[in-house]
Design a protein around this ligand. Structure first.
Ligand code: GLA
Length: 394
């Protein structure tokens, strides 16, 4: 049975009533190819939407109540559009409530609704399950409220991404950047998104893999983005920026500092930790530009090398990898047919992405699974990534 039918049946099963007004929306997780921890520094990123989605089936109600249930949850959560504040404390449903809150802050008129939510993106794995939930929830809430809104082409998907990010910043309390929500809203099949987070200008670049595939390996180490460490990295960048601003008064982001200027003025950041954080961001930003050039020239070997440099910098300068991600990275680089590998997402657990020759994926999977288990003590999970479309109605 296809997802749409399954979710419509589930909605009727849980809430009873008629099928007529039910609509089903989907929005994906993402894999970031390169450009990590650059988004909130006004830098470049190179993510792509995955064909793993978060889904919502929705049916409007005549009151101001939102009822929601996840397919793997088994109980219904109820919130009122007129009093969303208490929903901040929900164990499940806080993301959805945050999106409703932020949509209304942006002037959207919402109505109550019944929702069934279904997630395919592994939660807390660094593949941006949260952004997928935020974007799909925004589409579903708008879809329930406005019967004229038929396809996702007549709404501003960049605004939807910003609303998703704001809801996570303000309602959930994670100071995430825009990369994940942008990828989930704006992704296109077989394209990577070359996004400048300073002004949200972007280009969709065809991903030509010439006999290679992106392989995602999940450490299966549970990590929460809410982790203080993410917000801590952000503040360290702000401190480094404030120091550089003394010599470069016109910059507003670390992403605006050239390698040459960093050579000249970087030494004024005397705290070694802050210096390393800034060095990661500034060199990583440059690696994104080099990666785009390499991909345009079909130079996968060059791109693979940049992936490795990115991981090294995230391990040594930004210090967000940890034993599990480093194990996956190190093992990957010993396997024939691997052109490059790196952690993807926030780090502290989560996934790596590796560029692997297609006919070597079987060997890759076998070796990485065996050696990771031997080294870390539990299993990793391997997926071959397919690049899919962004948020849409099914
Ligand atoms: C998380 C955040 C993003 C970005 C990455 C690191 O996925 O949600 O905004 O900062 O970490 O690149």
């Amino acid at each position: 049975m296809d997802k749409k039918t399954m979710l419509i049946d589930k909605l009727i099963d849980v809430y009873q009533g008629e099928k007529d007004q039910i609509r089903v929306f989907a929005s994906p997780g993402r894999v970031n190819l390169i450009g990590e921890h650059t988004d909130y520094n006004g830098g470049y990123v190179l993510p792509a939407a995955l064909d793993m989605n978060s889904y919502v089936a929705v049916r409007p109600r005549n009151d101001r109540i939102i009822r929601m249930m996840a397919t793997d949850l088994g109980y219904i959560v109820e919130v009122s559009l007129d009093d969303l504040e208490p929903a901040k404390k929900l164990k499940w449903g806080n993301y959805q409530a945050g999106v409703a809150h932020e949509l209304m802050q942006h002037g959207y008129k919402l109505t109550g609704c019944d929702m069934i939510c279904h997630d395919e993106v592994p939660l807390g794995s660094g593949l941006s399950s949260s952004a997928a939930i935020e974007v799909v929830t925004a589409l579903a809430l708008l879809g329930a409220a406005d019967t004229k809104f038929g396809t996702c082409t007549d709404i501003d998907m960049v605004e939807i991404a910003l609303i998703g990010q704001k809801s996570e910043n303000n309602f959930v309390g994670v100071s995430c950047g825009i990369m994940d929500q942008f990828s989930s809203a704006m992704g296109k099949k077989d394209k990577v998104i070359f996004l400048d987070c300073k002004d949200l200008s972007y280009e969709l670049i065809p991903l030509k893999m010439a006999g290679h595939k992106l392989v995602i390996t999940n450490t299966n180490k549970k990590r929460s983005l809410g982790a203080v460490k993410y917000n801590e990295r952000r503040s360290q960048c702000d401190l480094a920026l404030a120091i550089l601003k003394k010599d470069l008064p016109n910059i507003n982001f670390l992403g605006e500092v050239s390698l040459e200027d960093f050579e000249k003025y970087g030494k004024n950041i005397t705290d070694p930790i802050l210096y390393k954080r800034a060095r990661h961001v500034i060199t990583e930003d440059y690696r994104v530009l080099l990666s785009v050039e390499a991909l345009r020239k079909d130079d996968l070997t060059g791109f693979g090398e940049l992936m490795n440099q990115s991981h090294d910098s995230l391990r040594d300068d930004y210090e967000v990898t940890g034993d599990e991600l480093d194990a996956l990275y190190e093992i990957a680089l010993t396997i024939p047919g691997v052109l490059g590998s790196r952690m993807t997402g926030a780090g502290f657990g989560g996934c790596t992405v590796s560029l692997v020759k297609e006919d070597k994926i079987e060997d890759f999977t076998k070796v990485i699974k065996e050696q990771y288990k031997a080294r870390i003590g539990y299993d990793c999970t391997v997926y071959t990534a397919t690049i899919g479309d962004g948020g849409r109605e099914l």
